[in-house]
Design a binder for this molecule. Structure first.
Ligand code: GLP
Length: 250
């Protein structure tokens, strides 16, 4: 094991279901232990099984279900220019896949606002994050190009919530959710790298062969703005859940 790997915890299993449950275990532990938990949520296909597990387990336990009324949820990112009602907005994603099943308080739910005065929206989002004390746990997926949130590979990275141009790589990866690639927004609002690293605990979900290369680049030792997920090596409490062996990292 390298020094980096000693710090990062790895859960590797070929069965996705087991990984979904392992991620849900971490989140439920936070829900049970923290009085007013702040949870950083991600979108995309990777967390869907985790959200299904959270809903199923919460509906089976009145005590756990009640905990959701104390949750403050913060999403990583949102497309610019989609209305909240657009079925591919991350607002809609969160309500469709998670919040509608749980007794969350709408006023405690935060997703960046991708419409109107974007600069003010970014500042307001960081202020809200700081006011609530930053996430107790942050869920992350990873892009094939190593992006986290919508922090795309670049010569420099922004620390805080900002507007970003989406790379062609990301737009074409996300085209599967839209009728065609032209419909994929060209910009997004995303929490920055420093915002993400503020979380007390981070869960990174990386499923499928297509994410293996990004994992290797992220955890192979050097930290680079050209692979934003590599900054996770600087965090003391990251758990990577993956269904692919990564012998390159041993
Ligand atoms: C998207 C999101 C990320 C997500 C990533 C991977 O574009 N902005 O937050 O983690 O890409 O998505 P998926 O889980 O669908 O592979």
């Amino acid at each position: 094991m390298t020094g980096n790997l000693r710090q990062t915890k790895w859960v590797i299993h070929s069965d996705r279901k087991i990984l979904d449950e392992a991620a849900a275990d971490i989140l439920i532990d936070v829900l049970n232990k923290v009085q007013n938990p702040v949870i950083g949520f991600a979108t995309g296909s990777s967390p869907l099984g985790v959200y299904q597990s959270l809903v199923k387990r919460s509906l089976a336990s009145p005590a756990l279900l009640e905990r959701w009324s104390h949750v403050h949820g913060f999403n990583l990112d949102e497309y610019v220019g989609l209305s909240e009602q657009h079925e591919q907005s991350y607002h809609a994603y969160m309500w469709n896949h998670l919040y509608q099943f749980l007794p969350v308080k709408p006023e405690n739910i935060h997703v960046p606002n991708g419409n109107g005065d974007l600069i003010s929206n970014c500042l307001a989002y960081d202020e809200a994050l700081a006011e609530h004390g930053w996430p107790d746990v942050q869920i992350l997926g990873i892009g094939k190009n190593g992006h986290i949130g919508f922090n795309e590979p670049a010569q420099t990275l922004s620390l805080h919530t900002h507007v970003t141009d989406l790379t062609e790589n990301t737009r074409s990866a996300n085209a599967r959710f839209f009728t065609n690639e032209q419909e994929v927004p060209t910009q997004a609002i995303t929490m920055g790298i420093a915002d993400i690293l503020q979380a007390r605990q981070i869960i990174l979900l990386a499923f499928g062969e297509e994410k293996r290369e990004a994992l290797i680049r992220s955890f192979s030792g050097s930290v680079s703005t050209l692979c934003p997920a590599s900054f996770l090596q600087m965090h003391a409490n990251v758990t990577v859940l993956t269904d692919k062996e990564v012998p390159e990292l041993k």
